[in-house]
Design a protein around this ligand. Structure first.
Ligand code: DAH
Length: 339
């Protein structure tokens, strides 16, 4: 009998079950009422008195070993088994943490959506650009300060290669590939060599708009921008255009909207003027059309460009530009409701 139990002990270590049926047949064979362990218990009666102690200990050890092995096999099967019959499907699930869209993406989509409803289609161009598309084709004079090393990131070994400083470069990319009518909206990231602070960053985002056709007028531009401002900031929003200068537009203007924080009454945000600047715009300079292969005697156009961080600040009052690129989830989760 002692041999039998020792054999059972070594068997216990090597038991295997690949599925629920095999596990159950092990249980029947060893641990059920009529199983081997109970048989040993029954036979225990007939063990001679002087062996009882040794045999009793061995039987207990065998029982424990088999029970433990059985439990291990059962646990292993529970994790690999695709028989899910013991799953509790009524249990309340763990909450799933959903991600949120980045506030700049939310606002970019909104801007693109507004302009696409007015017939603009998406266009884009490279962030690593050449001098021609960023400056030359956009009518910047050779000595224009924007080309200065202090503003623009150049690639050291390739003086002609740089990180675009504005999305206006996409205007040139679109014009060299297409003849009018052209009506595009171009969101993207731009780079400037600025020290990082709450109010400035070495990269940020812009949206460029370009419309070229016969008989395009400044009035068309103004109406499109008014519609945009009202869609974006609410139907009571007013706009005003102030004369300005950009190399690629003539005439040029900067557009203010009535401060959407105080409604134009005057507050700290609008420096008590009631107005906040949101974009630059103008009629495409004939030199730009010509440089990009479009006949300025036949076609006219308007263009505009705005900073997406600026629009986002106006909508959500983000006080520090750095928050946009730090990806702190506490900040990002504030935009859960806007998604
Ligand atoms: N590129 C200008 C900037 O980065 C913004 C701009 C102004 C774009 C006027 C335009 C425009 O298309 O017409 O500040």
């Amino acid at each position: 009998m002692i041999e039998k139990i020792k054999h059972l002990l070594s068997e216990a270590e090597n038991l295997q079950a690949h599925n629920a049926e095999e596990l159950e047949s092990l249980r029947l064979k060893y641990l059920s009422k009529k199983g081997l362990v109970n048989q040993l218990m029954a036979d225990f009666r007939n063990v001679p008195a002087e062996q009882k102690r040794e045999v009793g200990i061995l039987i207990n050890r065998a029982k424990d070993a088999l029970t433990a092995r059985f439990a291990d096999l059962k646990a292993a099967l529970a994790t690999t088994d695709d028989d899910h019959s013991d799953l509790d499907l009524t249990r309340t699930p763990y909450p799933i943490r959903l991600g949120t869209r980045h506030p700049l993406s939310i606002v970019t989509h909104e801007i693109v959506d507004i302009f696409s409803r007015m017939g603009f289609t998406l266009a884009d161009g490279p962030e690593v650009e050449d001098d021609w598309h960023v400056f030359g084709a956009m009518n910047f004079a050779e000595d224009h300060p924007a080309r200065d090393m202090q503003d623009t990131f150049f690639i050291e070994s390739h003086p002609d290669v740089l990180l675009r400083t504005h999305t206006s470069s996409v205007q040139s990319r679109v014009m060299e590939q297409n003849q009018p009518p052209i009506r595009v909206i171009c969101p993207g990231r731009v780079y400037r060599n600025e020290a990082i602070s709450a109010r400035a960053h070495c990269f940020f985002h812009q949206v460029e708009g370009l419309y070229i056709d016969r008989d395009v007028s400044f009035t068309d531009l103004k109406q499109v921008l008014l519609t945009f401002a009202r869609e974006m900031f609410g139907p009571d929003t007013r706009i005003r255009l102030r004369p300005s200068y950009f190399p690629f537009t003539e005439p040029s203007a900067e557009m203010d909207i009535s401060c959407n924080i105080c409604g134009g009454e005057g507050c700290a945000f609008c420096k008590h003027t009631g107005w906040v600047e949101i974009l630059g715009c103008g009629m495409v300079d004939p030199n730009v059309l010509e440089a990009n292969g479009i006949d300025p005697n036949v076609y006219k156009g308007y263009a505009f460009g705005m900073g997406i961080e600026r629009i986002t600040n106006l909508k959500y009052q983000v006080k520090d530009l750095r928050l946009f690129s730090e990806n702190d989830v506490r900040f990002l989760e504030e935009f859960m409701a806007a998604n």
